[in-house]
Design a protein around this ligand. Structure first.
Ligand code: PMP
Length: 285
């Protein structure tokens, strides 16, 4: 792979980052994942806007403009011959001379920016979308600023491992009895035709796919309710599903070993997936 590091395009084996990088030592950094379908970027602007917000919330400056970022994404797609896949982007607070809790001066310690591609042929034809995924409920033990897309992913990673151990595919995290979100996706249920998903706050990541899916749902006259729901309510729902940039809309057919609805992917999730893929492809750049 050709990757991007601080202004240079390099073979992945030649890209080197300091051991003092605050991303490495302190998870002091933010990231984005943008999908590529048919060689084009899905919702690039949405990801760029969220990245700028994440940086602002952590008092970091972007080392690149939005136009430069777009150019880098496109260059990596071209150099790596990506038709379907993802582009991972990470910006950390850079590498000072020593480990220190105090932020380094950005004048002398510029941020570290890394981008690389992930080739996923047939990304939109994921067979999992036809059978649905199994999810378990776990406690949400993350910090309180989940709206900032930081590289602090240890708990979501542990959650994913708990799911694997339980024979499931993913975990929905629960706080005060209510589902916050999946380990790397937003969570939804459908009851009586109504799409229910937790409202935006600092408790969840403001999914770019979530925003698009809710917009398309409303445009298609589907009813949307942004409010919290419990695992019990989810278990009694007609359908459940998740959204994320790399899974789009993915049905959830089992919760804690119990079927959701009839245990099959539901019609609302299937319709939303179709609309999302159609519309996103049309708007891709
Ligand atoms: N919530 C969490 C915790 C996530 O990590 C992600 C994906 N990174 C999402 C939601 C979905 O966000 P998006 O649709 O922007 O990929």
């Amino acid at each position: 792979r050709t990757v991007y590091l601080n202004g240079d395009y390099l073979p992945e084996t030649e890209a080197r980052v300091s051991i003092f990088d605050r991303g490495f030592l302190m998870a002091d950094g933010v990231y984005e994942v943008t999908s590529v379908l048919d060689g084009k970027l899905i919702d690039f602007d949405g990801h760029a806007v969220r990245l700028e917000r994440s940086l602002r919330e952590l008092d970091m400056d972007s080392p690149v403009t939005r136009d430069e970022l777009l150019a880098i994404h496109r260059e990596l797609v071209a150099r790596n011959g990506i038709t379907d896949g993802m582009i991972y982007l990470q910006i950390t607070r850079g590498a000072p001379d020593d480990r220190d809790f105090v932020f380094p001066d950005p004048e002398t310690t510029p941020p570290t920016i890394v981008l690389f591609t992930q080739n996923k042929p047939g990304l939109a034809d994921n067979p999992a979308a036809r059978v649905g995924i199994k999810v378990i409920g776990i406690e949400d033990q993350r910090w309180g600023r989940r709206d900032i897309k930081t590289v602090q992913l240890l708990y979501p990673s542990l959650g994913k491992m708990m799911a694997k151990k339980a024979g499931a595919d993913d975990a929905w995290m629960i706080e005060d009895g209510m589902v916050t979100e999946g380990t790397s996706n937003n969570a939804y249920i459908v009851k009586g035709g109504k799409i229910i998903t937790r409202a935006l706050s600092n408790d969840i990541l403001h999914g770019i796919t979530r925003a698009a899916v809710l917009r398309f749902a409303r445009e298609a006259q589907m009813e949307v309710e942004e409010r919290s729901f419990s695992i019990d309510e989810a278990r009694a729902a007609d359908e459940a599903f998740i959204t994320s940039a790399s899974t789009f809309v993915m049905p959830v057919v089992e919760l804690d070993g119990q079927p959701v609805g009839n245990g099959q992917p539901g019609p609302v999730a299937a319709r939303l997936r179709e609309i999302y893929l159609d519309e996103s492809r049309k708007a891709a750049i």
